[in-house]
Ligand binder design. Sequence first.
Ligand code: NAI
Length: 480
Amino acid sequence: HVNGLDFAVADLSLATAGRHQIRLAEHEMPGLMELRRRFAADQPLRGARVAGSLHMTVQTAVLIETLAALGAQVRWVSCNIFSTQDEAAAAVVVGPTGTVERPAGSPVFAWKGETLAEYWWCTDQLFDFGDGQGPNMLVDDGGDATLLIHKGVEFEAAGAVPQAGEHDHEEYRLILDTLSASLAADGRRFTRIAAGMRGVSEETTNGVGRLYKLAAEGRLLFPAINVNDSVTKSKFDNKYGIRHSLVDGINRATDVMLGGKIVVVCGYGDVGKGAAQSLRGQGARVVVTEIDPICALQAAMDGLQVVLLDDVVAEADLFITTTGGTDIISAEQMGRMKHNAIVGNVGHFDTEIDMAGLARVPGIERIEVKPQVHEWRFPDGHSILVLSEGRLLNLGNATGHPSFVMSNSFANQTLAQIELFTKPDAYENRVYMLPKHLDEEVARLHLDALGARLTTLTKKQAEYLGVDVAGPYKADHYRY
Ligand code: NAI
């Protein structure tokens, strides 16, 4: 606690460095800055207590300060143990007008290199806005904050937290510990929070997957907006964002020459397409694995060989998982890779590369080359390099997507927060998308900065197409 603010960051004195980067990012985030201008007078988020669980980067700092500029009280954590930029976290706590001695920004609980226990401790801090108040809005990325509330409500109704089973994952045990402590302190905490929650806006593919599952089971406790599937999110951030940040992460981690190398990209969805494009841009020979015939055909038509991992595992130099799925690269397969093959993941969770299995290989040695870069030496003397311990390498080894693309994602987030907060009666406990005219508006806000001149339909042309001159221009089933 300093100056009435509670927070936990690595080093508050990094705030000046963070503020410089935020200043540069603001210039590259025209969508967010325009929303600040548009809504400055109205203050649509006045009274909103926004809890955010989303990578605490420089770009996220601009989102946090946008939500605050629109009237919200904001608390924040990262949604990954390695993705925080400590200078951004410090700058958000200090705030645009505060000082290190008298911070006046928003509480952040995040630092680069949290343990998993610290991660869940931080997530638990999201829910206390002081004076016994919880959040009434949620920004989530991957759904961990949403999960904690839902599990909390479930256990509070049962009056007890179940014992962890022998085979339960370490992370699930930590969630149970967190909720156990919460239940002991206040048996109605999450029940109250869920009842007062106006909604969640979810950032990523894996997170919206969890939300649709909850909704299908009739267990979703508050309305949700799927930000990921706004066109101006998944067709931009997931694709063009990764096109920038994947190679950035590999380079910062290893400095290995990508040209000429054989790279396997597992998954050819939005993220896989961006990954393949950037690696090819470096001159790498990219091959793809897929389970979906449509995406496999797309890869083939884009000129990429579609292969089985087993068939190339001994020849490839680099392996990148982008599936959002589980068990994509096994420990046995890693054992068959070339000496110093590089293995990394950019899917949201650390479920794609079997790190636990790797650690169990008899006689294997783990050597830290530097933080988030580990050499795993097999008993036969050959090694592989694993980036960010199998977690998102573009955020663990680099700083995530660049500002301009995140301005699109976060303009969607801001509009979703305004929707859910200002129209509490308009949404049921289901998963919604933002309407297409807002999606088009987000894109429109980013054209000027790139010098793009948009053609305006004539009335006759609009009538011919059967659309309005002002949009929306496409039917909902259009796929872009
Ligand atoms: P997507 O659903 O568009 O693509 C995933 C692809 O993987 C699909 O085409 C699917 O058929 C394929 N796939 C699934 N299982 C597979 C398997 N066993 N082998 C080969 N291919 C398989 O999803 P999207 O939007 O590309 O997201 C992928 C992951 O990346 C998600 O976890 C998402 O949350 C995450 N993400 C990460 C970002 C980052 O900055 N690192 C940014 C955006 C999303």
